[in-house]
Write a protein that binds this ligand. Sequence first.
Ligand code: FAD
Length: 382
Amino acid sequence: MDFRLTEEHEALRQSVREFAREVVAPVIAEHYEKHTFPYEIIRQMGKMGLFGLPFPEEHGGMGGDYFALCLALEELARVDSSVAITLEAAVSLGAMPIHRFGTAEQKARWLPKLVSGEALAGFGLTEPGFGSDAGGTQTRAVLDGDEWVINGSKAFITNSGTDITALVTVTAVTGTRPDGAKELSTIIVPSGTPGFTVAPGYSKVGWTASDTHELTFDDCRVPAANLLGERGRGFAQFLRILDEGRIAIAALAAGLAQGCVDESVRYAKERHAFGQPIGNYQAIQFKIADMEMKAHTARLAYYDAAARMLAGEPFKRQAAIAKLHASTVAVDNAREATQIHGGYGFMNEYPVARFWRDSKILEIGEGTSEVQRMIIARDLGM
Ligand SMILES: Cc1cc2nc3c(=O)[nH]c(=O)nc-3n(C[C@H](O)[C@H](O)[C@H](O)COP(=O)(O)OP(=O)(O)OC[C@H]3O[C@@H](n4cnc5c(N)ncnc54)[C@H](O)[C@@H]3O)c2cc1C
């Protein structure tokens, strides 16, 4: 058992750490306040190869692995979660389904743009009427000659409405199985397809510099060849995508938890109360020690899940544990970091205010904490 990073992974971590501090940190607060999408940062991340980390070189990727993506997400989220979730969703939800399940033509058409970061893709599973209960999908796709005709709507879809969004993959009911259950399939819908409407961005509590929209499909026609993988495999596909995605979200949450430690140590050394830095008081030191313990164990949990996944071993339970634990400690650390900052922690100009607002969604997106507990319990035979 060896949790030390390889030279390549360590070099990647260092370069993303520097990028986050030097390029993201100085400008992100303004994007966050104005709710603007940070196109310039995303362009530079594309040039660094971050969108291609886990993809093969033949499609323009970096030939790395999923763990490399997680390391990058952790370092970005240590400074800002809007940028981190944009990368997470672009790679793990956007490009990965095409890489895993797409035909040779689909890969050749879409992957080079997506892995370079020149274009983004969204993954539309959640609908206005359901999220956790993914089997409740109402969106329907009917084959009419050589076209799918899609009707329905999707809620909260990340990266679905930027100026560089190329497509959204949507899950839809395409028929009924012999046992009476819904047949679910996944279909690629390019941006700008007639009948595909992207609503204005939501007004969100956090992740305000990321892109999230409700989508509607009104007799939206796409070629039959846009079916992703086999018809009827939609359920299995999104379960696989979400299992992997949970490791990525855990990495992002570990980064936010660590960012709270970074900011708290800095502030506790600078801020004086009763004649000395507040960091001299054991009450503050103990808070920060607990925060460091939580960030560290969150990191170990996602390292473990990623290692199992890359070894080809079962990792569903460990991914759920990592996501549940890391998101819980991210919320804990954000709350404590705000407390350590006193009144300034409630001011949006301080990074910890962003961390606080960004932490809660980690217990909700890509499977709520209740859903993670259901997965863990089921895997234990309950
Ligand atoms: C900013 C943002 C970005 C997102 N990006 C995407 C995206 O790119 N693509 C996408 O498809 N989705 C996306 N989502 C949707 C997200 O994954 C869902 O919000 C999430 O899965 C929860 O679904 P829901 O909101 O419908 O909550 P519900 O499923 O309605 O749950 C409500 C509450 O009930 C609880 N609950 C539900 N069932 C049970 C049960 N059986 N036992 C106990 N408790 C239960 C839940 O845990 C939760 O606390 C995004 C959401 C947000 C807010």
